[in-house]
Design a protein around this ligand. Structure first.
Ligand code: NAD
Ligand code: TDX
Length: 332
């Protein structure tokens, strides 16, 4: 199989390429990545000899058309992915997440190539803390931020291309990922690398917001399950029953890293901050037989902390610029 992976130099995409090279050695992988501030070729160094890397934009139609023509399957991770950036400057989110997905859809339509589109639970908006319902495949779209609105737009384009043009596509909406190679702008790596560089961790507001954490390898194994067994036109939600408040996650990081329970700062809350995400992944589990392998969040988090301790050479070059961008944006 010839597999085109967009955004393969980012956090989830790079972990997906590692998993693919390890578990599916018969698959020929080409990565298309623009290497924005969030893309790092170094994240692909361990598998560099086993893949082809193309530096380019998913919204560049001639390039995408040529690469898609040479592929059997496309897995589409490329995106602007950070909510705080989408509040500071939404334009790249429209270009990459919406126009980029449109570009890819036109190419897979023209060449009859299968597409798996990677999306997020944020398209559904948020839940009350005590809501007994979780997000499922039938939950209505209600995105809150420019980022989540752009991902929702992309999902709707995929659905329309399936229905109107018979494009062979599947969609997955996953909850918050953690693990190695995640950019230090994101909550968990930001706090770990703050502690490692002597900066106090930053908790937005009171930290009562809940995220549904899943290890990135469990997400990527679910994507492979959908590639192997999923039905064209279907959407699958991916989650590992990992709900935690931000306050509790930070408390665990502080404990695991030997800090005091109060060694952090409360900072201004994110405007429009979604309160709670929670995924019901029973369709993926019952129809396709997937289940997560990381069952203990504490163990997964401890392993992630170790990875950041051991891989300072990977994150150090962009740590200071990330914190400066936070300083420029607001109190955060
Ligand atoms: P990331 O920001 O770490 O990586 C994104 C990658 O896409 C980078 O390598 C970047 O260079 C590349 N890219 C950006 N614009 C591009 C363009 N125009 N053309 C080609 N490449 C481009 O993001 P991530 O956290 O790995 O997220 C990957 C996907 O998973 C995204 O679609 C995101 O919406 C989705 N997702 C993320 C999470 C999460 O918790 N991080 C959860 C659910 C879904
Ligand atoms: O310094 C921080 N302090 C803090 O309290 C940061 C960076 C975040 N937070 C809070 C905001 C969120 O409630 O932590 C939570 C997680 O924040 P992010 O890591 O920015 O993730 P989130 O906004 O939940 O979105 C993530 O999950 C869904 C990914 O970034 C998206 O790409 C994905 O679609």
């Amino acid at each position: 199989m010839r597999l085109l992976v967009t955004g393969g130099a980012g956090f989830i995409g790079a972990n997906f390429v590692h998993l693919t090279v390890r578990d599916h050695p018969d698959v020929q992988v080409t990565v298309l990545d623009k290497l924005t501030y969030a893309g790092h070729k170094e994240s692909l160094a361990p598998v560099g000899d086993h893949i082809e890397f193309v530096h380019g934009d998913v919204a560049d139609f001639p390039l995408v058309d040529r690469l898609v023509a040479q592929a059997d399957v496309v897995v589409h991770f490329a995106a602007e992915s950070h909510n705080d950036n989408s509040l500071r400057g939404p334009e790249p989110f429209i270009n990459t997440n919406i126009v980029g997905t449109f570009t890819l859809l036109e190419a897979v339509r023209s060449h009859g190539v299968r597409l798996h589109h990677i999306s997020t639970d944020e398209v559904f908006g948020d839940l009350e803390l005590d809501d007994p319902q979780r997000f499922s495949e039938v939950t209505a779209y209600n995105p809150s931020s420019p980022y989540s609105a752009s991902k929702a737009s992309a999902d709707l384009l995929v659905r329309a291309w399936v229905r109107s043009f018979g494009v062979h596509a599947t969609i997955s909406n996953c909850s918050n990922n953690y693990g190695p190679y995640q950019h230090v702008e994101k909550f968990i790596p930001r706090q770990i690398t703050n502690i490692l560089t002597g900066v106090r961790p930053k908790l937005y507001g009171e930290g009562l917001n809940v995220r549904d954490w899943i290890h990135v390898d469990d997400h990527n194994r679910a994507v492979w399950t959908i590639l192997d067994k999923g039905t064209a036109g279907e959407t699958y939600l991916i989650g590992a029953d990992g709900e935690e408040s931000n306050r509790d996650v930070l408390a665990l990081i502080l404990e695991l890293m030997g800090c005091g329970a109060d060694d952090f700062d409360h900072v201004a809350d994110r405007p429009g901050h979604d309160l709670r995400y929670a995924i019901n992944s029973s369709k993926l589990r019952s129809e396709l037989g997937w289940k997560p392998e990381f069952r203990d969040f504490r163990d997964g988090l401890a392993a992630t902390i170790d990875w950041y301790r051991l891989n300072e050479a990977w994150w150090r070059p962009f740590k200071d610029a990330t914190e400066r961008a936070y300083d420029r944006g607001s109190q955060r």
